[in-house]
Write a protein that binds this ligand. Structure first.
Ligand code: PMP
Length: 345
């Protein structure tokens, strides 16, 4: 079929080639031009479509996967949704072990896409048999003919972004990008894009966004895994309680940490000011930009690209829910960005 006429053989042909959209209001007083790589334009509404498709097609090329086989993964939701989508088109069974921190919407979406879902407790150590890593490993061992995507420890996760997201950003900025700002979870996005960009221009500055309660920033600075850094936080998909091998720490110049509260407000602000309905980690990445601007990181001639990993619809029971925001204590007297609803009786 003819892609130029916007006709496709199946939904997977729409993965990647997401738009780069200039931010006009939030960064109006900042130094430099700011552009968002809006990954919600992928058919599965997140950047994870790219890795799901790449890893599964690589397994097919190597002959490890044949139709009817099972694909297993641990996921905070987005990767699961993308794997479920690819599995439907290609005819695989999909089993997902998710953290209990994932929103109810995300879990319901996975079910809607035909996946079998195991919900595992969030606040246990990674080596606890109840953790989603251990549950996925066990299911993989029990299921003959299954593959375990293992996105935190799979080099193909980096390669997916090296092959697609990196070249797209380079091309979309005509090679003029000076800074990349991206959240780090598995680290695949930031590491893959960074590798490509730095091969083109080693001066591109790559800044990772981490959560308070995660070990990544400290590990980057000291190469020491410090479990005293670990405590529960709310943002899903950002930061980690272990060191993923899908993160190339040498490809990242520095990390910035952001809070749950600021990130939540900033996500709402992006929707309200730029008209881009994006997820919690997009708020986190944008919050990092605010902090970097305060620090004087940018020059007026800079071209900054920030990755917005997913769509706001995945957070209707969290960031975009006033009750949830209130329950977290996120509405303070100064910054009430509550939505207005008037009921006509
Ligand atoms: N944002 C969201 C919503 C995510 O699900 C993830 C993946 N865990 C990330 C950001 C981080 O991307 P990566 O895993 O490639 O570092």
């Amino acid at each position: 079929m003819n892609k130029n006429k916007n006709v496709f053989d199946n939904v997977l042909q729409l993965v990647g080639n997401t738009p780069l959209i200039k931010l006009n209001r939030m960064t109006a007083d900042f130094d430099g031009d700011f552009y968002a790589k809006v990954e919600a334009f992928n058919p599965g509404h997140s950047s994870k479509d790219r890795i799901a498709l790449h890893i599964i097609e690589e397994a097919e090329r190597q002959g490890v996967l044949t139709p009817g086989d099972t694909i297993i993964e641990t996921t905070s939701g987005n990767t699961g949704f993308s794997i479920a989508m690819v599995s439907i088109i290609k005819g695989y069974e999909c089993i997902l072990a998710v953290s209990s921190k994932s929103s109810a919407d995300k879990i319901d979406m996975l079910k809607s896409m035909g996946a079998k879902v195991y919900v595992c407790p969030a606040h246990v150590k990674a080596d606890d048999p109840r953790s989603y890593y251990e549950v996925a490993k066990r299911l993989h061992e029990e299921n003959k003919g299954s593959i375990y995507i293992n996105q935190y420890f799979n080099q193909l996760n980096i390669d997916a972004h090296y092959n697609t997201t990196g070249p797209e950003i380079w091309d979309q900025t005509d090679g003029e990008i000076t800074h990349l700002i991206a959240c780090s979870g598995t680290g695949g996005t930031i590491s893959g894009i960074s590798k490509y960009l730095k091969e083109q221009n080693p001066n591109v500055k790559v800044i990772g966004v981490d959560a308070y309660g995660s070990v990544l920033q400290k590990y980057h600075e000291t190469r020491e895994f410090d479990d005293k850094e670990i405590y529960p936080y709310r943002i899903e998909g950002l930061g980690k309680n272990l060191i993923p091998t899908a993160t190339n720490f040498d490809a990242i110049d520095r990390f910035v940490k952001v809070t749950d509260e600021e990130s939540a407000h900033t996500a709402r602000e992006i929707s309200n000011t730029e008209g881009l309905f994006v997820g919690y980690t997009s708020g986190a990445a944008m919050q990092a930009i605010k902090q970097l601007q305060e620090e004087g990181e940018f020059k007026p001639t800079d071209k900054v690209v920030v990755v917005f990993p997913d769509h706001g619809s995945r957070y209707m029971s969290k960031v975009y829910n006033d009750k949830w925001m209130e329950d977290q204590g996120f509405f303070d007297s100064k910054r009430v960005v509550q939505s207005t609803i008037e009921y006509i009786k």
